[in-house]
Design a protein. Structure first.
Length: 162
């Protein structure tokens, strides 16, 4: 029974949302990479959807990891965006190695979560364009301070509601 459960696929789409499950991390990673490539090239969801014979809503589902991208659609998307299919899997642990540690999975989830948000993706595209290393470091410190302040505010709100 444990073997069958370990080999079963995670729930997808409406079934996953209804049961409270998140998108499969692999699907989310592929979708985030698709979005990153599309946005870096300035391609709209509608343009990619038209090329693939889909609706832009389906592209949104792919990019959020809510739906899996079929092999044929992934191949055509790679051709349209002038990249190898392997581009969409870059950053994942190799399946033939033991890199699937908890820390590695956590790092992948953080990256996928970051890239799945429009602001995260925009930051990922624009941040490397800042020529000054010193300025990039200052921006990171600023973001860290803002995040810490937000966490502190959340703790205050939670303690006041308990």
């Amino acid at each position: 029974m444990a073997v069958a459960k370990a080999l079963s696929y995670p729930r997808r789409g409406a079934q996953a949302r209804a049961s409270g499950h998140e998108a499969d991390p692999l699907d989310a990673h592929v979708g985030a990479r698709m979005r990153l490539r599309r946005m870096a090239l300035g391609i709209s969801q509608s343009s990619l959807a038209d090329y693939l014979g889909l609706t832009f809503q389906q592209i949104q589902k792919y990019e959020s990891g809510g739906n899996r991208v079929s092999a044929s659609k992934l191949y055509r998307a790679a051709a349209f965006m002038s990249c190898p299919v392997s581009y969409f899997f870059e950053g994942l642990a190799r399946p033939d190695t033991d890199q699937s540690s908890e820390a590695h999975r956590r790092a992948e989830l953080i990256l996928s979560s970051f890239l799945s948000k429009p602001e995260g993706l925009e930051l990922a595209v624009e941040f490397p364009k800042i020529p000054s290393r010193r300025l990039r470091q200052q921006i990171v410190r600023l973001v860290r301070l803002i995040a810490e302040e937000g966490e502190a505010d959340d703790k205050i709100v939670r303690s006041n509601t308990e």
